[in-house]
Write a protein that binds this ligand. Structure first.
Ligand code: GLC
Length: 592
């Protein structure tokens, strides 16, 4: 049953393409025929021959272009923390533009910039008060246009963050909506009466703690906010909201944006009957709400299909913040998004060959193109999550080797390529993220993973000449771009070599994933096979040296590998019956 559903998903995505493809084909043939009619018979023959040669090339190029994201490396930029061009302690768009050459050298093809729109910054940009402008702290629309143009010169695409679920409470739409019960925009948000005096309409909880309902004393009704109270949820059941948001998408597509990352997309619909979410009692007696009626409702896929058609007008990519509980649930998003994020790796917190093997297997089981990431602006940096303090840098390289050689698109988080650590606040009074203040000290918030990019070993990590909005950790003295560029064994240089290989090696670009030595508890090994050749990847996920022996005869490959990249010195040609790996060492070689 499940497989049937999955297949229908793929058929649907394919049929959209077929439609556009046939359209293009018809248009091409039509104009060729018109042209041929106006020529003599000899010339007509030439024109026809030309058509036969050129048409497949054009279609091939179109198809290649449509799939650009599959061979791309995405890089998430938290604009507040990437580079400060005007020395006010906050990063900005011009700072990003100034570092495009760095990103190009690293091997980045697309940058996803987290929200840079006008915002009161309660949730650091995820509370948008105007969708069609740039927050003055980050620059101007002209700066944005320049960034897009400069990025394009370097073949880097710009993807923006689209906050669909909610606006800021300062957005003109909400101001109007809250002004009276009869306001023309009242239904743009979700307003309800309390269940009883002083009681919210139901038991729904906010992701950031407490009830998801806020009483607005002026009209005596509650509004829904799945995040902070300053982030009222939009009512996507109201058609005007959908229309307005599609216009927002067009506004940015017209400015050259290559796509969107869709924020909290799993939460845009809630149960219209406001049924209470079920309560789960854990073995220790604590209670949690199961978000049955507030996440992943089927209706959201209608909106995404609409957004897909708008994005298709501009050939844009849609990336999703798609938290799901199963591969099947994730599959549904492929109906309309090219890149629903698979968060599995953000949930494994120790280097473990069996655990990763299982997760890759699950992702490969799905029919869509996998999208992997280890860290982002909401999650403790993986340098810390996996680090064992003895081999932190080696582990960082091992994890990079893993997700940059898998079939799928990786999304890097700024600074992971230099081994940036989390820098959690030490005192509650220093915390900027409201979650950290609310749940201190149990949860210190997300400041730690959002600290300034470490460009040099100098003051403030070379990010700014002024004290930045968040402090730079001591690790900036050793882990910074300038130092790592000079050190051949640095994490940065390893990322660069990996990305270069990923871009140039056909097997890594296109190949199938074939798991090897599946019972090995310590070494994760696999092949990427394509056109009769394969790249072998072997990663030691343990803190002791390991040797593995591989026999690839059943896959019709020989007994040796030609070394392509390794973390330790390896001979040019390695016998597969004896591959030696240092603690957390990586070996990548070509087999024939
Ligand atoms: C997403 C963002 C997160 C933000 C939340 C509310 O999960 O990644 O940073 O706080 O949405 O917009």
């Amino acid at each position: 049953m499940k497989t049937e559903i999955d297949h229908s998903v793929v058929r649907c995505a394919d049929s959209t393409f077929r439609l556009r493809f046939t359209h293009g084909l018809r248009r091409g043939l039509g104009s060729a025929a018109r042209c041929a009619r106006s020529l003599g018979s000899m010339k007509r023959l030439y024109a026809l021959l030309l058509l036969v040669v050129l048409l497949p090339c054009t279609l091939f190029a179109q198809e290649k272009d449509r799939n650009w994201y599959k061979h791309a490396v995405f890089y998430e930029i938290y604009p507040r923390s990437f580079a400060d061009s005007n020395n006010d302690g906050l990063g900005d768009l011009n700072g990003i533009t100034a570092h495009l050459d760095y990103l190009k050298r690293l091997g980045v093809d697309a940058i996803w910039i987290t929200p840079c729109f006008p915002s009161p910054q309660v949730d650091f940009g995820y509370d948008v008060s105007d969708y069609e402008s740039i927050d003055p702290a980050y620059g101007t629309l002209a700066d944005f246009d320049r960034l897009v143009a400069e990025a394009r010169k370097r073949n880097i695409r710009v993807v923006l963050d689209f906050v669909l679920n909610h606006t800021s409470d300062r957005h003109a739409w909400f101001q109007e909506s809250r002004s009276s019960r009869t306001s023309a925009k009242r239904d743009w948000y979700i307003w309800r009466d309390g269940a009883a005096p002083g009681q919210p309409p139901n038991n729904w909880g906010s992701v950031f703690g407490g009830s998801a309902w806020q009483l607005d004393s002026s009209t005596g009704q509650y509004y829904l906010h799945q995040f902070y109270p300053e982030q009222p949820d939009l009512n996507w059941r109201y058609p005007e909201v959908e229309d307005a948001m599609m216009e927002v998408a067009r506004f940015w597509f017209k400015r050259g944006v290559a796509g969107f990352r869709l924020d909290a997309v799993d939460r845009i619909y809630e149960d219209p009957d406001l049924r209470d979410n079920p309560v789960k009692v854990d073995p220790d007696g604590s209670e949690t709400l199961v978000e049955t009626y507030t996440t992943n409702l089927p209706e959201l896929h209608n909106v995404l299909r609409h957004l897909r058609t708008v994005a298709d007008e501009y050939g844009a990519v849609l990336v999703g913040e798609t938290w799901t509980s199963s591969v099947e649930e994730l599959q549904r998003y492929y109906n309309s998004l090219q890149m629903p994020m698979n968060f599995v790796f953000t949930m494994v917190n120790r280097p473990s060959a069996p655990e990763f093997r299982k997760q890759i297997h699950d992702a490969e089981r799905g029919l869509g193109w996998p999208v992997y990431l280890f860290s982002n602006h909401d999650i403790t940096r993986h340098y810390d999550r996996y680090g064992d303090r003895a081999y932190n840098d080696q582990i960082a390289k091992a994890l990079a080797a893993l997700y940059l050689t898998l079939r799928g698109t990786p999304i890097l988080y700024y600074g992971e390529e230099i081994g940036m650590t989390n820098n959690d606040p030490a005192r509650v009074q220093d915390v900027k993220d409201p979650i950290g203040r609310r749940f201190w000290p149990h949860n210190k918030g997300r400041d730690g993973e959002r600290t300034p990019m470490q460009w040099t070993a100098g003051a403030n990590g070379g990010f700014s000449q002024t004290a930045p909005w968040l402090p730079v950790p001591d690790s900036a003295r050793t882990h910074n771009v300038a130092a790592e560029e000079k050190d051949e064994r640095s994490i940065l240089r390893f990322y660069r070599r990996l990305l270069e290989l990923r871009h140039t090696n056909e097997q890594l670009r296109e190949g199938n994933y074939v798991a090897l030595n599946e019972n090995d508890a310590n070494v994760l090994a696999y092949l990427r096979t394509y056109k009769g050749k394969a790249v072998l990847v072997a990663i030691n996920m343990s803190a002791v040296p390991r040797k593995i022996a591989l026999d690839l005869r059943q896959h019709s490959f020989g007994a040796k590998a030609k070394t392509l990249l390794a973390t330790e010195a390896q001979p040019d040609s390695v016998r597969l019956s004896e591959i030696s790996l240092a603690p957390f060492g990586v070996y990548i070689g070509e087999v024939k």
